[in-house]
Ligand binder design. Structure first.
Ligand code: AP5
Length: 223
């Protein structure tokens, strides 16, 4: 099969990271989550991290020029030759155009933009109870608790509450999503690559739908 270039779309807390972890394990493709990349840059106090921090703390998107180069470089790497999973990128029409341009230079295109939909009230419950691992693993105090409170089941790191998971910041992130990211739904629909998944079931049930979708995409490609 040719390269599988996947984009995970959806509002904050819809489960992009949760599904991305499963996809990465299953497909053995590189997984690039811009939120994780930026949080690591903030922790390491790199130039990008210093530029991004204030935007992230407020729940604003970081400027396109800060993030586009970060992803363009990864998509164009040896590791991504057989495909990639993007989580949290693109998030603006400008970013989607830059990705399209980069991929077209490489003779490639986005295979599918998978939109995970979840209602706003569920998002607030999910983000309010999320516990995050510095290495990107994700838990929820009620829906997906770690075996030992505060400790990552996968790597043993200490779990923390993200600064942008405070109620007032969640509200702002949702408004940023509808203003700047939701237009991408129509954008990918026009290109015939939008695939919708309901994110309201349990994580494994949602993943079954994602797997079924990938199987259909493979069959279509082979037909
Ligand atoms: P980012 O980290 O990408 O945040 P986000 O898009 O807001 O997404 P989240 O990580 O909050 O949620 P998710 O959809 O991954 O859900 P998760 O699986 O964790 O970005 C953070 C910030 O970085 C942005 O605000 C911005 O400032 C900046 N940024 C990043 N990318 C950028 C870009 N391209 N351009 C500009 N700025 C950018 O699940 C949430 C919780 O729900 C978890 O606790 C999980 O256990 C639970 N859960 C998941 N699925 C289910 C389920 N099916 N049932 C019950 N619980 C579930």
């Amino acid at each position: 099969m040719s390269a599988l270039n996947l984009v995970l779309l959806g509002p904050p807390g819809s489960g992009k990271g949760t599904q991305g972890e499963r996809l990465q394990e299953d497909l053995e493709l590189p997984y690039y989550a811009t939120g994780d990349i930026l949080r690591a840059a903030v922790r390491e106090e790199t130039e990008i991290g210093r530029e991004a921090k204030a935007f992230m703390d407020r729940g604003d998107l970081v400027p396109d020029e800060v993030i586009i180069g970060v992803i363009a470089e990864r998509v164009d790497s040896h590791a991504a030759e057989d495909g990639f999973i993007l989580d949290g990128f693109p998030r603006t029409v400008g970013q989607a155009e830059a990705l399209e341009q980069k991929l077209s230079e490489l003779g490639r295109r986005v295979t599918a933009a998978i939109l995970i939909s979840v209602p706003d009230e569920e998002i607030v419950r999910r983000l309010g109870g999320r516990r995050t691992c510095p290495n990107g693993h994700i838990f929820h105090v009620e829906f997906d608790p770690p075996s030992q409170e505060g400790v990552c089941d996968v790597c043993g790191a200490e779990l923390y509450v993200r600064d942008d998971d405070k109620p007032e910041v969640i509200k702002h992130r949702l408004s940023q999503y509808s203003e700047k990211t939701e237009p991408l739904v129509a954008w990918y629909e026009e290109r015939g690559t939008l695939e919708r998944i309901s994110g309201t079931g349990a994580p494994d049930a949602v993943y079954e739908d994602v797997r079924a979708l990938l199987a259909t995409l493979r069959m279509e490609e082979e037909a």
